[in-house]
Design a protein around this ligand. Structure first.
Ligand SMILES: CC(C)(COP(=O)(O)OP(=O)(O)OC[C@H]1O[C@@H](n2cnc3c(N)ncnc32)[C@H](O)[C@@H]1OP(=O)(O)O)[C@@H](O)C(=O)NCCC(=O)NCCS
Length: 167
């Protein structure tokens, strides 16, 4: 079956992002390890670019799931972030970001953290707008989509509960 360019453009692979950073002096805390907020900024940016590519326009961060820092990341280390859209609903998308650290370029990487963020595509007035459906090609795409659907259900329950408490 022929693949249309439109369908090809909306696979997780098509909007995938990989960025590489170095932990420079000024980005660390008093322990000589990366400031957590810096890592969160890099995660947010990589994920926003992937979501924006999928949506074909502006997106805003709606939420970031709980973040665990699995291993310290030291001054001078190389940090690689891989972001990809796992799930697209009507106007929102879940983006998964994996973060790896390595002592020197070429050294074995270790996973530093992983994050899931939800972005909403918006129009010029900041109102949610529809995004293209995600085209799932591989078993891995389908597994991530299923898992993301379960996480979305939890998030929406939490959002509902928060609205109930804070209006
Ligand atoms: C995100 C935002 C656009 C949603 O607007 P809204 O009027 O609440 O819109 P809706 O209730 O119709 O929700 C729109 C979509 O976002 C999803 N969503 C909204 N808040 C969410 C949250 N906290 N977590 C996960 N998904 C969320 C909804 O499920 C819905 O998804 P769907 O259309 O795919 O089913 C709005 O809350 C906003 O502008 N927030 C501030 C964003 C911001 O400033 N981010 C930081 C800087 S980028």
């Amino acid at each position: 079956m022929a693949t249309t360019s439109a369908a090809r453009a909306h696979t997780p692979r098509a909007s995938r992002v990989e960025t590489v950073q170095i932990v420079l002096p000024g980005l660390t805390n008093v322990h000589g390890t990366i400031f957590g907020g810096m890592l969160m900024q890099w995660i947010d940016i990589a994920a926003a670019v992937a979501a924006g590519r999928h949506a074909g326009g502006a997106v805003v961060t709606a939420s970031m799931d709980r973040l665990h820092f699995l291993t310290p990341v030291h001054l001078g280390e190389v940090v690689t972030l891989q972001a990809q859209v796992n799930f697209a609903a009507r106007t929102s998308m879940e983006v998964g970001v994996r973060v790896f650290a390595e002592g020197r370029p070429g050294e074995k990487r270790r996973q530093a953290t992983r994050a899931y963020l939800t972005f909403v595509a918006v129009d010029d007035l900041g109102r949610p707008r529809a995004v293209p459906p995600l085209v799932l090609r591989t078993d891995e795409d389908r597994r991530r989509f299923r898992d993301a659907g379960r996480r979305r259900a939890v998030r929406l329950r939490e959002r509902q509960a928060m609205k109930g408490r804070h209006g």
